[in-house]
Write a protein that binds this ligand. Sequence first.
Ligand code: AKB
Length: 315
Amino acid sequence: MNKKSLVIGAGGQVGSELVDELRRLYGGSQVVASDIKPSTNKELAESGPFEVLDVLDRDSLLRIVKKHHVGTVYNLAALLSATAEKNPEFGWKLNMEGHFNVLDLAREGHISRIFWPSSIAVFGPGTPKVGTPQDCVMDPSTVYGISKLAGERWSAYYHQRWGVDVRSVRYPGLISYKTLPGGGTTDYAVDIFYKAISQRKYTCFLKADTNLPMLYMPDAIKATIDITEAPSQDIKIRSSYNLAGFSFTPNELAQLIAKRVSGFEISYDIDFRQQIAESWPGSIDDSEARKHWGWNNSYSINDMVDDMLTNLSKQ
Ligand code: AKB
């Protein structure tokens, strides 16, 4: 790909690391970072172009695409599951209209490729919980999940009707140490590491036995770039691909941390996010992604725990 990339939502948990990796691969000037607010991350703002951009503002989006000769857009701007439940109208608006604005740029020929993430939130209480297949009952019970499922169907429609080259994976919970996640149900799996190091204890808002699919950030970034750069004929699913690394419960994660942080203890104070988590799968079958475009995760749960603790201890 010889045109530049634009990352929308570059200040977020995925965006900040995606920009770092794309700039490492292609050079700072080739990757335009953008976010709704000016960046407080010095590295992000100084290692290449940065634009303040609201994905809901079509005119500014088009102006920035033209100004930087953007070919590929990674649209990561979204309200996640817990935040969208608190503000359903805005969750729907941002997640849907933002997606349409980028899809329309491609349909009108201003950009040639889109990456847009979906989520395990597209599944719901009627979905098989174990080894959730690519295609099955999808009855999301959150605004976030409904918007992601609708977005998947619109992606497939834009591809089938107008040949829009849109690619997507259904992110599970993402664990990382560089930028905090914001507003998700799986965020406990990141918070727990910060509290383990600073206080040797953590109060979890999900029940001890809530099993959820998760992925370590380096693998999530690899999947994101790999699917976006794969030859078009390898992308046989234009809605979104199942993607997974490993699954664990808060109790299992706490035990792995306690083996490495002496005296660490977990307690529980359950809130509304439990109901969201209970509607999601416990594990995911991502064999289509593996077969079609070579997806393969590198980090096991133990690798992830070691890496998180090592890096957060240094900070
Ligand atoms: C969330 O918890 O809302 C996200 C997700 C699974 O998409 N991390």
